[in-house]
Design a protein around this ligand. Structure first.
Ligand code: ZN
Length: 121
């Protein structure tokens, strides 16, 4: 493993910070959607915009939950001691890349290949 203890500690702190912000965000979305939608009197004219904002908030919540999952996996792999390796080729992900996205799963090469395979579908 190519990371020093200090580097790992920095990344772990960053992960925990992002995680906390996400948890707050998910909470806010849930509170907000309860207030806004459950107490609302049905109004046909307003239906389109209401459906739209609900969709936006749901998808934002989904993105947050997906990110949370990645962060939890990254934190678990720090505990296991295999953090910072690419899930596809198992090479070490460089520290600057981890620093900008600490829950990244793949090295740049594999991420590029993966993104191409996603857009080809
Ligand atoms: Zn790789």
């Amino acid at each position: 493993m190519g990371l020093t203890k200090e580097q790992l500690a920095t990344l772990r702190d960053k992960l925990l910070q992002i995680r906390q912000a996400l948890v707050n965000d998910v909470d806010n979305i849930q509170k907000h959607s309860n207030d806004e939608f459950e107490s609302e009197v049905p109004d046909v004219n307003d239906d389109a915009s209401r459906t739209y904002s609900r969709t936006v908030m749901l998808s934002r919540g989904e993105v947050d939950r997906h990110q949370l999952k990645l962060i939890d996996e990254a934190l678990a792999s720090i505990e296991r001691g295999d953090y910072g390796t690419c899930t596809d080729c198992e090479s070490e992900i460089p520290f600057p890349r981890l620093l900008s996205v600490p829950y990244v799963e793949r090295c740049i090469d594999c991420m590029t290949k993966w993104e191409q395979s996603q857009t080809e579908r």
